[in-house]
Ligand binder design. Structure first.
Ligand code: 1GP
Length: 248
């Protein structure tokens, strides 16, 4: 089954949680252990990527470990055409819509497209929108950050993504953000689009996760919470809370 079909089927049942693993942050064996935990607590997919990843062998080794430790689909979340892996099931073929540099809007995509075709990785198109504070991805991606009270611009980008035929919109506050994407912005964006909305960055506890789902997030991404390996119980309650929420 295609990863996109699997996600859409799961979305029919409840809001979802995706676990993000950055290959730069731990050795591949630890990534395998994290994926095992993610699967055990009910996460739906593993995203692999990070703003600074450029070592393809490290991405390959990380994906291989994850694949052998869990049966969850692995979706690449690339920062450039140099962070691909033939071992992944799918790739978020994403455009950083509010970057000032065309390289992140379409340039890296052009460089990677033929490789993705050759390797047979399933591309899943996604519009990626970075909101203040933006953190590392805001800097590296040369982003003109969406102001936290600028709902109109956020919704404009999101709807443009939908009209361009993208399958998902991702509102990102940046990994480790002290404030996640504002709930009022999520409400406004969700009201204006028909494709699933992914929200991530700075979500580290069940009540914040619930608030973002109740505002309209269809999928919550957490990375930092998973890096705290010893907090399996916390991650477990985050995922449980998300899945128990009624969809808006
Ligand atoms: C980054 O939104 C994700 O792309 C995850 O952020 O590490 O803050 O969970 P955190």
């Amino acid at each position: 089954m295609k990863v996109l079909d699997y996600i859409m089927e799961e979305l029919e049942k409840y809001p979802l949680h995706f676990s993000l693993i950055d290959p730069d942050k731990q050795p591949p064996e630890d990534a395998g252990e994290m994926a095992e935990i993610a699967e055990r607590v009910g996460s739906t997919a593993i995203m692999v990527g990070g703003s600074t990843v450029s070592d393809e062998k490290l991405v390959d080794d990380t994906v291989k470990e994850i694949k052998s430790a869990s049966s969850l689909p692995v979706i690449l979340f690339p920062s450039s055409a140099n962070s691909l892996s033939r071992y992944a099931d799918a790739i978020f073929f994403m455009s950083l819509l509010n970057s000032k540099n065309p390289r992140y809007i379409i340039g890296e995509q052009m460089k990677g497209a033929m490789t993705i075709k050759k390797l047979g990785i399933e591309p899943i198109s996604m519009g990626y929108i970075v909101v203040e504070p933006g953190m590392k991805v805001g800097e590296v991606g040369e982003v003109e950050l969406i102001k936290r009270n600028d709902f109109i611009t956020a919704a404009g980008y999101a709807l443009a993504a939908q009209y361009l035929g993208m399958k998902f919109v991702y509102l990102e506050a940046g990994s480790g953000a002290n404030e996640p994407v504002p709930s009022e912005m999520i409400v406004f964006v969700k009201k204006n689009i028909e494709i699933p909305l992914i929200v991530g960055g700075g979500i580290r506890d069940p009540s914040t996760a619930r608030e973002k789902v109740m505002a309209g997030a269809d999928i919550i991404v957490t990375g930092t919470a998973l890096e705290e390996l010893f907090f399996e119980r916390k991650l477990s309650s985050i995922v449980k809370t998300i899945k128990e929420c009624k969809r808006v």
